[in-house]
Design a binder for this molecule. Structure first.
Ligand code: ADP
Ligand code: XUL
Length: 543
């Protein structure tokens, strides 16, 4: 009897590395293993906080590529300890935080091809970096470069139309331009610029891996319609860039096989490595949203709202992004930086545990009697806020429970408001990410959006999505037609018992509060009048 094939999905997120192993055979589909590690705890020598190397300037956010590499060693060591039979591994793929970039010198190609199984990975990669730290998605230091690139290609609308997004500080193109301007010699010594996803796939395959069209769309460098590097954007970004970028391929492309390093060190077979993708594109698959019409919300380090799109509908307001999706279609996404870490800031300031936080949320009134918090503890992506600052409207600084409700309501209203451009009629939301475990938070989501909210059977949608992408590629290779619905079926399922319905009265409160919230945002951004009178009216008529 031949062994049932196993598929491994890895997820290198902002805060840690997770793995999901699934098994697929006729009549047999199951999760074999789910495991994760947190960078701060598992690899304390990198000195990260929440996976990020923070500096005095709140706009700077980087992490070491060596940390991501070392985490792969730790994880494979864990998987090889006998809990799964790695010999049955058929394909491997991965998901990584989007937008971050890794800069390698001319020694990298050979180093990747000749990795010595007796020496830890990070030690062998150290000498191949032409830049020690990788800028990540939270970095917002490239306003000048965004303006330069935008002007060079003919304006924001042109850039958004061609690449799916206006220039964003954290996107890879502006980050590359800043590196070229600030460290021209190191830029010149850079042979290859990888995304986090293609860097980690390269480490597995022992050769430079391509980027997939989904993660490549988070760079302000790829033309969405052709899925090729857009020459005008490359030119506007930095000299000689075309030669430094990996090729762009479809998300189901094979990047190679697990190299000798993994085979000898951990007893892996030469399993196929399928190109990695971004965490949000992988989550589209891992939340089972493979056709237009669905919406998912991920409450991870970042909060994101996303949904598949058949055809790209670019956001003219400049808020959101259109990416390629791993299905070959497209996806719309809006990203918020003050997600889990903002919730934690409020929780910690009140000295609460998560269960106490949830009780405080339940004990306060929906609508918070018009008390509003804009939780921009860190620079914010949506709406764009480069100078962090928390704004309170009618919310006394000492009102702990008021802050608990205010942070959750603000986040949910911001998500509902800033995802309207996607024009998705939403009646059900699939919730994922660490905070999706919190049913009280999901109830506010249901009430604000006026939609049913479901948790998923597998909590880590990004890692599951990567495992399902690995499986899908294997099914295609075997010549079987693998419709995405069939691939995700039985895995990326909303848990029926988890359904949370919106309450009509509470939804009405949020419909009335939404313009008040929008007015607070406009005021805080210096674009609108004092929202005091609107808040007063809400309180008076207030539901
Ligand atoms: P990422 O994938 O971006 O690294 P995760 O999706 O794993 O992050 O989410 C991690 C976050 O989940 C933590 O920072 C924490 O704030 C949040 N979290 C975990 N449990 C709860 C809970 N019960 N309520 C609210 N938030 C939670
Ligand atoms: C999306 C984004 C984040 C990162 C980290 O645009 O920047 O969601 O992918 O999760």
């Amino acid at each position: 009897m031949s062994a049932v094939p196993l598929y491994l999905g890895l997820d290198s997120s902002t805060q840690g590395l997770a793995a999901v192993v699934i098994e697929i055979a006729p009549g047999q589909r199951r999760i074999v293993l789910e495991t994760s590690l947190a960078f701060d705890e598992a690899l304390p020598h990198y000195g990260t906080r929440h996976g990020v190397q923070r500096q005095a300037d709140p706009n700077v956010a980087t992490a070491s590529p060596l940390m991501w590499a070392e985490a792969l060693d730790v994880m494979m060591n864990r998987l090889a300890d006998g809990s799964v039979d790695l010999r049955n591994l058929a394909t491997v793929s991965g998901s990584a935080q989007q937008h971050g970039s890794v800069y390698l010198n001319g020694r990298a190609t050979r180093a990747l091809e000749t990795l010595d199984p007796s020496v830890p990975l990070a030690d062998q990669i150290r000498g191949t970096l032409s830049r020690d730290e990788a800028p990540i998605w939270m970095d917002s230091t490239t306003a000048a470069e965004c303006a330069e690139i935008t002007a060079a290609v003919g304006g924001s609308a042109v850039l958004a139309e061609r690449t799916g997004s206006r220039a964003f500080e954290r996107f890879t193109g502006p980050q590359i331009r800043k590196f070229f301007k600030q460290a021209p010699a190191s830029y010149a010594a850079t042979d290859r610029i990888h995304l986090v996803s293609s860097f980690l796939a390269s480490l597995l395959a022992g050769r430079h891996a391509p980027v997939d069209h989904a993660d490549a769309s988070g760079m302000n460098l790829m033309e969405l319609s052709t899925r090729r590097w857009w020459p005008a954007a490359l030119e506007a970004t930095s000299p000689g860039l075309a030669a430094k970028l990996p090729p762009i391929v479809a998300s189901w492309t094979e990047a190679g096989t697990l190299s000798r390093y993994w085979q000898v060190r951990y007893g892996c077979p030469p399993a196929k490595v399928i190109v990695w993708s971004g965490d949000n594109p992988c989550s589209v698959i891992g939340t089972g949203l493979v056709r237009e019409g669905g919406l998912a919300v991920s409450l991870g380090t970042s909060d994101t709202v996303f949904g598949p799109m058949r055809e790209p509908r670019v956001d003219s307001s400049g808020t959101g992004h259109v990416f390629g999706a791993p299905t070959g279609d497209y996806m719309g996404l809006t990203c918020f930086q003050n997600g889990s870490l903002a919730r934690e800031r409020v929780r910690d300031a009140c000295g609460l545990t998560w269960p106490e936080f949830s009780r405080a949320l339940e004990a306060t009134d929906p609508g918070n009697r018009g008390r509003i918090l804009l939780p921009w503890f860190e620079p914010e992506i949506t709406p764009p806020v480069l100078v962090p600052g928390v704004h309170r409207y009618g919310l006394p600084a000492g009102d702990g429970p008021g802050h608990v409700r205010a942070v959750i309501e603000a986040q949910q209203m911001a998500m509902a408001l800033h995802s309207r451009w996607m024009a998705v009629e939403v009646d059900a939301i699939h919730a994922t990410g660490g905070a999706a475990a919190n049913r009280q938070i999901l109830q506010v989501m249901a009430d604000v959006f006026g939609a049913d909210v479901y948790q998923l059977e597998v909590a880590n949608a990004a890692a599951l999505g990567a495992a399902l992408r690995a499986a899908h590629a294997d099914m295609n290779v075997d010549g079987r037609a693998a419709a995405w619905e069939d691939v995700v079926s039985g895995f990326a399922e909303p848990a029926a018992a988890s359904r949370q319905r919106p309450d009509a009265k509470r939804h009405a409160i949020y419909r009335a509060l939404m313009p008040v919230y929008a007015a607070c945002e406009a005021h805080a951004l210096g674009r609108g009048p004092d929202p005091g009178p609107l808040i007063e009216r809400f309180r008076r008529d207030g539901i």
